[in-house]
Ligand binder design. Sequence first.
Ligand code: NAD
Ligand code: 0WE
Length: 267
Amino acid sequence: MGFLSGKRAIIAGIASNRSIAYGIAQAMHREGAELAFTYPNERMKDRVEKIAKEFGSDIILECEAGSDESINTCFTDLGKTWDGLDIVVHSIGFAPKEELEGSIVDNTTREGSQIAHDISAYSFLAMAKAAKPLMKGRENPSLLTLSYLGAVASIPNYNVMGMAKASLEAGVRFMAADLGPDGIRVNCISAGPIRTLAAMGIKGFRSMLDQFSNAAPLRRNVTIEEVGNAAAFLSSDLASGITAEIMYVDGGYSTVGMSGINKAEEA
Ligand code: NAD
Ligand code: 0WE
């Protein structure tokens, strides 16, 4: 019996089988959770439906992170199928592409900043608001979101997304304080860079992966399977004492002040 058997989870943010949310679905499915999935718009519906089937699920619901109506309808409809909910996974991030290159001071716009914060940070709170009635009174319910090192340290080109992730991580702490008395835990995984759709077309991503694997204590990149396993743990009764946590699944990269000899020199 898996450590999530009897748990019901809704997963937002699957776009492909390379998505971090896909790795999370794999791990949660393996550990016995029942899964529901969201898609942002009609264009993505068929893809998500196919992936849901892989995990034995036919619960797919529209959830556009920028719309309260869409988010509320999603959870109201989920409540018609499930009488309770144990796990919410928010694996959504977005900024207009032009915001993610060059000088943050020159290139960030008020509108771009609003979009980045709305979709990447506020939407986690909006989903918590809508999910709360279904989660109250369950055993060890929990919310989980995904962040990146750019929340706490500057990274070339990540720019306004770093500001949005800082807001997301602060939200994790405030939401944990607020929902803790109801028994609801709120946690975050800060993942190392992974080649997903959201990483496609980011200039120099290849060299970022190389830099990362040269400097990280584990001397390699991390996978969606590894993030998935940590997510399954944090969402399980095994983590019943853990809330407001930002857990790094990054091979130790974030703790290195200066990296040692690189791979080329090691060889
Ligand atoms: P991905 O492209 O597979 O997933 C991003 C998801 O966000 C997609 O499913 C997309 O549909 C969804 N999304 C975007 N705008 C939306 C909207 N308005 N409404 C609803 N959904 C919307 O990429 P990923 O790398 O798996 O990203 C998942 C999360 O992980 C993001 O929060 C990202 O910031 C974070 N993250 C990614 C990396 C990385 O290197 N890939 C590292 C650390 C954290
Ligand atoms: O959070 C992310 C991805 C964020 C992201 C990516 C895109 C690309 C397509 C947000 N919005 C968009 N909008 C688009 O139109 N990551 C952690 C991956 C990532 O993105 C970077 C990175 C890393 C790492 C962007 C610049 C620098 C590093």
